[in-house]
Design a protein around this ligand. Structure first.
Ligand code: NDP
Length: 449
């Protein structure tokens, strides 16, 4: 791990690693937050006295269950699914479901832990949770996806509810999967409870701009960071990792604001086009045809596909990691800095390793951590819940405007908090401290819970 912790926080960290063996991503996420809380416990000793940090590090509830399902040939498969209900001090547990073969308890716990602070930062009434399964949706038919989702929800439904726990999408879970999950929830409970899931389709209770929200929000946060330095996105070259939901809409908003996006990726490789990528083509290939990103280079003569290529070696002004955790390490950060990168905003959760974060901060580039920069997705999920509760639906323009205001507010909060605690320009500390204070004040008010 990177920075040293003070003695009291080090003891808490040791306890967390001891109680949660083998969960390296969770340890990493906890360490990254504890690293920034030294000045907070010095200023508010009552937080230590009431063991708020220890309580925040322990999920309120962890559910692990079997998901049996049959493929199209009749073969039976058994997957494992998780829902970690981390903290409900600010509202019902809220956070996405991830379907990816790498999923295990440590990943869901790191995501749930981050979600607690992120949701606090949005200023919306939502607690933190996360879920997922080691199911691999790649290459599966729609029928197989449906049977898997139905089997998963047959167990998960008993823990959910619009006032209890409200899942959404994440890696491998988009509108198609949420449709199957919602259909099965409705069938089992005999309730049309729109607010139990977010990221729904527009025809059945979804919100305009939810699909776009995480990517758009990341770019709004980026713009605010640049503005604080008297700069903007116009004419900047940009590389974006991934080519899923977050990457596509980050690309879209960056292009709208004059950036030239020259590269993106998937888990098999990268595509590069110095003339600028064609967004409509990427959307067709990924969203409609569900093909690999290499198909883009087959269609466009100015583009090239590099199988297994490293996106962070492409010189750029701005880098947006929008794929997965720990996808950008110290070596990549060094290369980006050497190549003149001035800003990094994280659409993904914890995509930069501790060493990478340290290098970005030392180089004093504008670095927006995922907890703050990608909070637009969950914030717009909360707007979807608000519309569902009032049986209303807002226009795209209105919802996007709300999203923009929320992102500006999150940026301001992180910026001001970092200054208040003597670390100007440090968005990592600003986000962690502001999110932590919001949650811990609510926990203190509610007694020993
Ligand atoms: P998608 O499933 O839509 O897209 C994920 C993209 O990342 C794909 O291009 C995928 O490539 C790539 N990817 C995933 N895992 C790996 C891996 N292990 N190695 C290399 N590439 C990988 O997911 P989202 O766009 O929804 O999520 C992306 C990130 O954003 C995640 O970190 C998620 O937690 C975060 N996030 C998402 C939010 C949302 O609203 N969806 C909200 C906030 C954060 P391939 O297809 O080859 O697997």
């Amino acid at each position: 791990m990177s920075a040293r912790l003070d003695e009291r926080l080090e003891r808490i960290y040791q306890e967390v690693t001891h109680r949660n063996p083998g969960e390296s991503e969770f340890h990493q996420a906890v360490h990254e937050v504890l690293e920034t809380l030294g000045p907070v416990v010095a200023k508010y000793p009552e937080l230590a006295e009431h063991k708020v940090i220890q309580r925040v590090c322990e999920p309120e509830r962890q559910i692990i269950f079997r998901v049996p399902w049959q493929d199209d040939r009749g073969e039976i498969h058994i997957n494992r699914a998780f829902r970690v209900e981390f903290n409900s001090a600010l509202g019902p547990y809220k956070g996405g479901m991830r379907f990816h073969p790498s999923v295990y308890l440590g990943i869901i716990k790191f995501l749930g832990f981050e979600q607690v602070f992120k949701n606090g930062l949005t200023g919306m009434p939502i607690g933190g949770g996360k879920g997922g399964s080691d199911f691999d949706p790649k290459g599966r038919s729609d029928d197989e996806i449906m049977r898997f989702c139905q089997s998963l929800m047959t167990e998960l439904y008993r823990y959910l509810g619009e006032y209890t726990d409200v899942p959404a999408g994440d890696i491998g879970v988009g509108e198609r999967e949420l449709g199957f999950l919602f259909g099965q929830y409705k069938r089992i409970t005999n309730r049309y409870e729109s607010g139990v899931l977010t990221g729904k389709g527009l025809a059945w209770g979804g919100s305009c701009a939810r699909k776009e929200a995480t990517g758009y929000g990341t770019v709004y946060f980026l713009q605010e960071m640049l503005k604080a330095r008297g700069d903007d996105l116009d004419g900047k070259t940009c590389v974006i990792s991934g080519s899923g939901n977050v990457a596509i809409y980050a690309m879209s908003k960056a292009m709208q604001h004059g950036a030239k996006v020259i590269a993106c990726s998937d888990s098999a490789g990268i595509i590069v086009d110095e003339q600028g990528l064609d967004l409509a083509r990427i959307k067709r290939i990924k969203e409609i045809e569900r093909r690999r990103i290499s198909a883009y280079a087959d269609e466009v003569s100015s583009a090239r596909h590099i199988a297994g290529g490293n996106l962070w070696e492409i010189p750029c002004d701005v880098a947006l990691p929008c794929a997965t955790q720990n996808e950008l390490d110290g070596k990549d950060a060094k290369r980006l800095i050497e190549n003149g990168c001035i800003a990094v905003a994280e659409g993904a959760n914890m995509p930069t390793t501790p060493e990478g974060v340290r290098l970005f901060q030392e180089a004093k580039i504008a670095y927006g951590p995922g907890k703050a920069a990608n909070a637009g997705g969950v914030a717009t999920s909360a707007l979807e819940m608000q519309q569902n509760a009032s049986r209303d639906s807002w226009t795209f323009e209105h919802t996007e405007q709300r999203l923009r205001e929320i992102m500006i507010d999150i940026h301001r909060n992180c910026h001001e908090t970092a200054e208040e605690f003597g670390m100007p320009g440090d968005y990592v500390s600003g986000a962690n401290i502001a999110g932590f204070l919001k949650v811990s004040k609510a926990m203190m008010a509610m007694g020993v819970i």
